[in-house]
Ligand binder design. Structure first.
Ligand code: PGA
Length: 193
């Protein structure tokens, strides 16, 4: 199966014009693009960065297929606990959205996890730091999450992405900063597929 590449644009870019230009450059890569909510309908993207009881049916109607749940920044800034994250997983699944559950450590995995949930291992020290997780440590985490599609996230770029797939056995990558540079992002997709 082709590796899954997910772009998390967070609160970028600053204008709709830039968002449209970036989206148009990367939309044919087959990657899931998660722009800020405010750009979702104008772009026709298929990923969103968060979900709630109120937004889930709207996202579904907009054509969204994937939602990121429990990103480290939401856990930190909005004090999202594991309980809240678990609730969001249920809300997403109920609406027919495929959740991408971000975890920093194994203990953040719910005891019973629906098979449809995609897990993204994103060690805190690697997010936005240019310090990607060493392959051996990432592989250890990958191997301990059984029966799930697992992505790696944290300082992914066009040079290191392939190692997480080919050496560590992840099924894809979740890309933050490097997804805002069209050329770099296209190279990530090209280099791993
Ligand atoms: P990064 O972000 O690729 O910029 O490290 C990853 C993320 O926050 O999902």
């Amino acid at each position: 199966m082709k590796p899954l590449v997910v772009a998390n644009w967070k609160t970028n870019p600053a204008t709709m014009k830039e968002a449209k230009a970036l989206f148009n450059s990367v939309k044919n890569t087959g990657a899931v693009i998660c722009p800020p909510d405010i750009y979702l309908s104008a772009l026709g993207a298929d990923g969103a960065q968060d979900v709630s009881e109120a937004s889930a049916p709207i996202l579904k109607k907009l054509g969204i297929k994937y939602v990121i749940v429990g990103h480290s920044e939401r856990r930190r800034r909005f004090e999202e606990t594991d309980e809240i994250v678990e609730k969001k997983l249920k809300i997403a699944l109920k609406s027919g959205l495929r959740p991408i559950l971000c975890i920093d450590k194994f203990s953040q995995l719910p005891q019973k996890l629906n098979k449809k949930v995609i897990v993204a291992f994103e060690p805190l020290f690697a997010i936005g730091t240019n310090k990607p997780c060493p392959i051996t440590a990432a592989k250890e985490m990958r191997d301990s999450i059984k029966h799930h599609f697992v992505l790696y996230g944290g300082s992914v770029n066009s040079k290191n992405a392939k190692n997480y797939i080919c050496q560590a056995g992840f099924q894809g990558v979740l890309v933050g900063k490097a997804s805002l540079d069209a050329k770099e992002f296209i190279d990530i997709v090209k280099n791993i597929c």
